[in-house]
Design a protein around this ligand. Structure first.
Ligand code: PPS
Ligand code: ADP
Length: 207
């Protein structure tokens, strides 16, 4: 039986150095850039390019990548709906801590369920959860297939693969949408620049 949420007699500990102090030190505002989309849609590519571009501007960011976290923090989880929900819940909580530390936390996970993404949004202060939807058609993702997973899914060798025999719920109110123009996907630098511009305009790149 799960022991989640069962602790009693616990208290919140305040400390004298707070989020605003940390943000001032870093000259930026903590937030979460949550990148969602199908496997092969370019989530990790955007996360890495954005991380590098922010680094080049002297801004501190940290990437939480679904694939990577499944090697450690989330290695006990599979791909059933409950496991994906728990995966997203944990990453949402970790992302919240990174944002509170003053960092620009870049989370890149398929995160196929709207409810799970919205729960993460609800953990963050108003407007500091920035949902980026990789709106790249399945046919393009499947043609890329860098890990050969779509091929295995089509052959029935992987069950419950997102987009093939498992659902992906598209965002209804995302802050940023990355999509092909005239059938051509924007290159990584252009995708990253779209996010950097948003962060700049919303004041996240200054304290
Ligand atoms: N059944 C199934 N469905 C989807 N993806 C699968 C599956 N099995 C393994 N993989 C690999 O796991 C990566 C997705 O992990 P995530 O933690 O981002 O998934 S989720 O958010 O919990 O849905 C995903 O990585 P990306 O290709 O980077 O998206 C795959 O490499
Ligand atoms: N904007 C893009 N234009 C062309 N190819 C891309 C683009 N973004 C990613 N790719 C390529 O598509 C493949 C999947 O990208 P990746 O970032 O691993 O996707 P995801 O993390 O969503 O699974 C990789 O081979 C990557 O080089």
């Amino acid at each position: 039986m799960s022991s989640l949420g069962k602790a009693t007699n616990i208290f919140w500990q305040e400390c004298s150095v707070g989020k605003l102090d940390r943000q001032k030190l870093l000259n930026q505002k903590g937030c979460v850039v949550w990148i969602t989309g199908l496997s092969g849609s370019g989530k990790s590519t955007l996360a890495c390019t954005l991380g590098r571009d922010l680094h080049g501007r002297g801004k501190l960011s940290y990437i939480l990548d679904g694939d990577n976290l499944r090697h450690g923090l989330n290695k006990d989880l599979g791909f059933k709906a409950e496991d994906r929900a728990e995966n997203i819940r944990r990453v949402g909580e970790v992302a919240k801590l990174f944002a509170d530390s003053g960092l620009i936390c870049i989370a890149s996970l398929i995160s196929p369920y709207r409810r799970d993404r919205d729960s993460c949004r609800a953990l963050l202060p108003e407007s500091s959860f920035i949902e980026v939807f990789m709106n790249i058609p399945l046919e393009i993702c499947e043609a890329r297939d860098p890990k050969g997973l779509y091929k295995l899914a089509r052959e029935g060798k992987i069950k419950g693969f997102t987009g093939i025999d498992d659902p992906y719920e598209t965002p209804l109110n995302c802050e940023i949408e990355i999509k092909p123009q005239d059938g051509v996907c924007p290159p990584p630098a252009a995708m990253s620049s779209q996010v950097v511009t948003f962060l700049e305009e919303r004041g996240f790149l200054h304290a």
